[in-house]
Design a protein. Structure first.
Length: 625
């Protein structure tokens, strides 16, 4: 199939799905899950002391069962079980390092000297894992720049293990991962989605994607996951997804994550190869990547104070550390963050007619413990070594400017409005972008927009079913309506009964004017208490956290906030997007809990409290075509 024909086909699929989403609003159920979790079969997880926690461990923990922690061997348990989970081990050398460690090197084909070298390399690897020094292994070792990172990675495996990469180990590992997913999948109760991570990091730019599908585990064994060792460029991944989808019937979605450390490359105004964007490229990306991970353990990717200086809440869970080189100064760029990328997408649409960055958002953890822990008071760290307070102040590379355990964030979760708790329904909701993210708490959010709505709709007894064909949900699109006046935006936010009450609800608007200039504005549309000042700003919500005990209460805040809102500066001739941000009252950060538990004066280098939040997928407005 030619590229142009393929693009036209994809465009028809996208238009059909969007029309289906905008023509009906059915009663859906809110499902909570994690699409980004690593087990012992990821090489970096294994070499950072996850020697035991398998996909079976991951699913049992997600379902609410107690399991054994892979580092300190204590019994751990999630507070509230998940509805779905994606085990997303790295495709690159999946299970290989673990196989070398436990099964030894098959050296019967080697000469005496090579056999001795291989045995020594195996011993060094074991010793590195046991001494927790293996953080220097794998991709972090690669120098910069790299002419051929794929070949460099292969050379590394050869150097460390003494033998070439082991394809059979990868095949066997993938078979176990997918069989375990099928064993734990219970349609209607719990969905175990098949997935993996594509971990491209050219020049130190984080361009990782989680790939997931609605395919069953047995069918997924017809292929091996596509990784960085097969292709560096996202375009190569998309091409593989198209071919494999045609072969298997799988509905794939690729989810970019940690754009905050992509060096501006994740949402650039050119391709990774430095070529101008084209309508064909934009539509292909839009198809395969309908959602993006906005928040996770390695920081928040909504925006940055340097990029949104007027946003009081932009300074949230920053993670200023690049993966490959801790000594490279962190410099936030437009292509690193979600809100600037959404605005950039509008500008690209003005020029190309298609918006490649018209994506929804979710949150997930990226934990390498096999434990999907996003709760501040029950956080088990990114790596197993980070799970105990005594190790949290240890910097990678033993440098003060490097990342460390308390720099990690206890977040996030993927919220999905789906018809059923099945693989198919969850992936369909992701494709239509009827999804949102939280930083851990289960904040309920509904968000709709339409022309023929009213203030009473949001409090109607049958909300939102009564909206029928009058509104679109989060992730949807509106085109020009009446000649005057803004559309109505309806928002309902409910607090997690296990967490903090709500501070406020905001709508974030982004647009590009006729001169091509980017703009953003944040509107407070609902809040707790009487805090509005004469200048239109809100006083901060009360902070009830006791820094000595970690105790706090919900005496302040609200359990439910609703609003029917219209944009006072709406321009019917101007493309724009709107998304909802919900803020909780201040609650203790996991670093405060650790500091109190250690009963000593500890500098965690992080705030004691956090205002957890939710981000919805946007609703896009465009003039009538």
């Amino acid at each position: 199939m030619s590229q142009i024909v393929r693009v036209k086909t994809l465009w028809c699929v996208v238009v059909a799905s969007l029309c289906a989403a905008t023509n009906a609003i059915a009663e859906r159920q809110l499902l909570w899950g994690d699409t980004h979790l690593h087990t012992t079969y990821s090489s970096d997880a294994f070499s950072n002391n996850n020697l035991t926690a398998t996909p079976d461990t991951a699913y049992r923990y997600a379902k609410g069962l107690p399991v054994i922690h892979p580092y300190h061997q204590g019994r751990v348990q999630i507070e509230t079980p998940l509805d779905f989970l994606v085990v997303s081990d790295h495709a690159e050398y999946m299970g290989v390092i673990r196989n070398v460690y436990f099964n030894g090197i098959d050296d019967t084909h080697l000469g005496l000297w090579d056999r001795l070298v291989g045995r020594y390399a195996e011993w060094v690897l074991r010793d590195a894992v046991e001494k927790r020094e293996a953080r220097k292994l794998f991709f972090e070792f690669l120098p910069e720049p790299i002419d051929d990172p794929v070949e460099a990675a292969r050379d590394w495996v050869l150097e460390v293990t003494g033998i070439p990469p082991q394809p059979q180990a990868e095949i066997d590992t993938w078979r176990e991962i997918t069989n375990t997913a099928d064993a734990h999948n219970e349609p209607g109760q719990f969905s175990a989605l098949v997935g993996w991570e594509f971990s491209a990091i050219p020049g130190g730019s984080n361009l990782h994607r989680i790939v997931l599908s609605d395919i069953d585990g047995h069918s997924a064994q017809a292929f091996q996951p596509y990784g960085f060792d097969q292709g560096v460029y996202p375009e190569e991944l998309w091409q593989w997804l198209e071919q494999t989808s045609s072969m298997t019937g799988a509905n794939f979605i690729a989810i970019p994550h940690n754009s905050n450390i992509s060096k501006g490359a994740m949402f650039d105004d050119k391709t990774l190869m430095g070529e101008p964007l084209t309508p064909e490229w934009a539509e292909i990306r839009r198809h395969w990547e309908p959602i993006v991970e906005i928040t996770q353990i390695k920081g928040d990717s909504e925006t940055h104070p340097d990029l949104s200086p007027e946003d009081t809440f932009a300074d949230f869970e920053e993670y200023p550390y690049y993966i490959q080189n801790a000594f490279t100064p962190y410099q936030p760029k437009v292509g690193d963050y979600i809100r600037p990328a959404l605005i950039r997408g509008l500008g690209i649409e003005q020029n190309l007619g298609i918006n490649p960055y018209q994506f929804g958002v979710i949150g997930s953890t990226d934990a390498h413990t096999a434990l999907s822990s996003a709760e501040e008071n029950n956080f088990h760290g990114k790596f197993p070594t980070d799970s105990i307070p005594a190790n949290k102040n240890i910097s990678w590379g033993d440098q003060a400017n490097n990342t460390f355990g308390w720099a990690m964030s206890a977040q996030g979760l993927a919220a999905v409005w789906a018809e059923d708790n099945t693989r198919e329904s969850i992936v369909a909701a992701m494709r239509r972008r009827e999804v949102y993210a939280t930083t851990g708490p289960r904040i309920g959010v509904r968000f709709y927009a339409g022309w023929n709505l009213s203030e009473g709709d949001v409090n109607a007894a049958d909300f939102p079913n009564q909206l029928a064909d009058r509104a679109v949900p989060m992730g949807g699109e509106l085109s020009g309506g009446p000649s005057s006046g803004s559309p109505w935006f309806l928002v309902e936010a409910t607090a997690d009964p296990m967490s903090g009450s709500l501070d406020r609800v905001q709508i974030v608007k982004g647009w590009v004017d006729a001169q091509g200039q980017s703009h953003e504005h944040i509107f407070d549309i609902a809040w707790s208490g009487e805090r509005m000042q004469a200048d239109g700003s809100l006083l901060p919500v009360a902070d009830t956290v006791d820094r000595q005990t970690g105790h706090w209460d919900n005496a302040t805040g609200a359990t439910r906030l609703v609003s029917a809102w219209r944009d006072p500066a709406f321009d019917p001739e101007q493309r724009a997007f709107y998304y909802v941000r919900v803020l909780q009252i201040p609650t203790p950060r996991h670093s405060l809990y650790d500091k109190i538990a250690m009963a000593e004066d500890v500098d965690t280098r992080r705030p004691d409290v956090i205002q957890e939040r939710a981000y919805t997928s946007a609703i896009w407005y465009s003039p009538s075509r």
